[in-house]
Design a binder for this molecule. Structure first.
Ligand SMILES: Cc1cc2nc3c(=O)[nH]c(=O)nc-3n(C[C@H](O)[C@H](O)[C@H](O)COP(=O)(O)O)c2cc1C
Length: 211
């Protein structure tokens, strides 16, 4: 699919065809495509829980403002942002360092530099660690929506849920933030898609803060 069709065609779709499953190969394909997203030091602080089971979706829906798309979509991703994914000893930090040594982009002697760089950027406050996790996971989430669209799938991102309730119900460890839920499936063609929403223009987006 042409990029223009993907970016213009992606919509937050409210109605999913409950009888049309997302094939496993497509699920894998769009998740791995989204993982091509850039991330700080390539730390990739994202994970997802795939919720497909009807009873689990019903449980999630109750915690998500009772939004019908949560149980009507064939699957919902609970997108997770790992606030600790920059810390020394984290398995993917270790993997990342090993990969950089292998690729020759870092030397073993730079280990302290790498640790100090991460700590100075993300370790000085809880807010910095949360921003690190959520900004990088946001790029990944956008990739999920665009990659899904490119494969003919539709999505709906959601903030309307109880963060602590979902954490508890799905036994999600404390160091993950849940930036969004993402319903995935196929638009129910018997329903009408809402007209495209307005967007800020170039002039409204570009700003300066001169004295
Ligand atoms: C992080 C995020 C959270 C959102 N949360 C909800 C939600 O809980 N419920 C809902 O109906 N729409 C939600 N939306 C959808 C937005 O309202 C929608 O993306 C926006 O109005 C633009 O419409 P479009 O995506 O169709 O272009 C959310 C979107 C994002 C990116």
């Amino acid at each position: 699919m042409e990029f223009a069709n993907v970016i213009n065609g992606r919509r937050a779709v409210n109605f999913f065809d409950p009888n049309k499953e997302v094939p496993e190969n497509l699920l894998k394909e769009f998740i791995e495509a989204a993982a091509k997203a850039p991330s700080s030091f390539n730390l990739q602080p994202w994970s997802v829980i795939v919720v497909k089971d009807q009873e689990e979706k019903a449980r999630l829906r109750k915690l998500a403002w009772d939004q019908p798309k949560v149980s009507e979509a064939p699957l919902v991703l609970i997108v997770l942002a790992d606030r600790k994914a920059w810390e020394e000893g984290h398995p993917f930090v270790e993997r990342n360092f090993a990969e950089m040594i292998k690729a020759g982009t870092m030397t073993t002697g730079q280990r302290d530099w790498f640790k100090n760089a991460r700590t100075s950027l993300y370790g000085y406050s809880d807010e910095a660690a949360l921003a690190f996790a959520c900004k990088n996971t946001g790029f990944f989430a956008m990739g999920l929506m665009l990659a899904a669209k490119s494969l003919g799938l539709d999505t709906h991102p959601m903030d309307g849920f109880d963060q602590n309730g979902v954490r508890k119900a799905f036994h999600i460890p404390e160091h993950y933030w849940i930036p969004l839920l993402l319903a995935v499936g196929y638009f129910d063609k018997n329903k009408t898609l809402a007209p495209p929403k307005w967007r800020k223009s170039y002039d409204e987006i570009v700003v300066r803060f001169d004295k």
